[in-house]
Design a protein around this ligand. Sequence first.
Ligand code: GLU
Length: 483
Amino acid sequence: MEKPVRVRIAPSPTGPLHIGTARTALFNYLFAKKFGGHFILRIEDTDLERSDKKYEKDIFDGLAWLGIDADESPEKGGKYGPYRQSERIGTYKKYLGKLLADGAAFYCLHSEQELSAEKETLMAEKKPLAHWCEFRDVPLADAETKLGQSHVIRFKTPHNQKIVFKDIIRGELSFDSELIGDFSIAKDIDVPLYNFAVVIDDAEMKISHVIRGEEHISNTPKQLLLMVALGFEKPGYAHLPLILGTDRSKLSKRRGATSVIDYKNEGYLPEALFNFMALLGWNPGDEREILSKEELKNEFSLEKIQKSGAIFDITKLDWMNGEYIRKKSTEDLVALCLPYLEKIIAPELLHATSYKLQTIIALEQPRLKKLSEIGERVEYFFKQPEYDKELLRWKKMSDTDISASLEKSEKIITQFKSTITKTEIEKEFLKEIGDGDKGIILWPLRVALTGKKASPSPFEILEIMERDVALERIAIAKKKIVA
Ligand code: GLU
């Protein structure tokens, strides 16, 4: 029988949940779901000084918001817990003790100064930065008498060994143990380091596949050496391509490496980010870009992941987010937009009529890219806009032309019946404009109503805006012209 699929992410709570980790989480999740397996969230908090509960919460919240739900986690528990490394120290200690007793690991008694001096020499001689330790053959009992001085625990790496593994994405990868040296696995018997703790956890949690970022490729041979020494079964490996900016440089904070919660606050929808991240290094093998969670769960495969860097293109994310905004019911979109509107519009204005709010949001739904844009886009419906008089000028119109244009609009609007549709409004205006340059009437009018260079057409706006408000705005515009 095939082993059940069990995959994991193991983020360190030393910073917020970034796109890179979220993408790794997503790929693990999709892979687990495709095969009916478990996706496990483990917190790597052995670095107590840098770990922070607030970041742990950020990781939980970010994944929950994205809908990447773990089957086993610190919050949810599970058969193989605890799921925080800080709560697993006893387990690591047991295995460290075993490696030390077997002579597969040893205490290195070098001081930090000695080690950094050695590193400098190796660098100067252009030699591989591998530390082959003089203490590797010191009997454990002797070393234990000297533990008062500075020490770490290292793995006794075999000389001249090829370490080979098959990466599902990259094919066979081979490493030379001579370039690795005796690597450290713990600061002390109860302070394990990453490469050691991860091996113990993956084995104890029966992880079937390790799917993680490319930056961990060089850790894999170390972890494989430990697995052999401990008699553990090896998992499958898939190292995901780096995420690059559009200029192919590594993603920087400015270009998208911000935290998932920042994307939420910016007004991206979780389903859009989910879809977008799934395409960071993977594609369905055809032109489709909008794929639902269900489609992604069914179609995802590690074999289709690319080796080369995945380009993070924020313009594409904006486009995709717009597509998902379009899929929302207006009612849901109103609810999603409210927090952004509340930031800049007084509640009594905002909630004056829910019908009005719905129509305003519906008006913007076809062009909105991010929820955070909504306030700035529709603010003019709720308050008199500020703008420069010059904005009222269409092409080479004189002040007198503008005043005349506004007066014409005023006259047409005054004759409107109390409820009127945008088609009727358009008809009324076009009757007046005839074959002439439409901008002469419509530009000054649109600016008077919105104070903006770009907005929906004045017909769409006038359908929603109360007639008196529209007339007052035109009066204000006229005053600006003569002032
Ligand atoms: N803490 C590591 C990371 O988030 C875990 C790497 C691993 O998956 O082995 O990059």
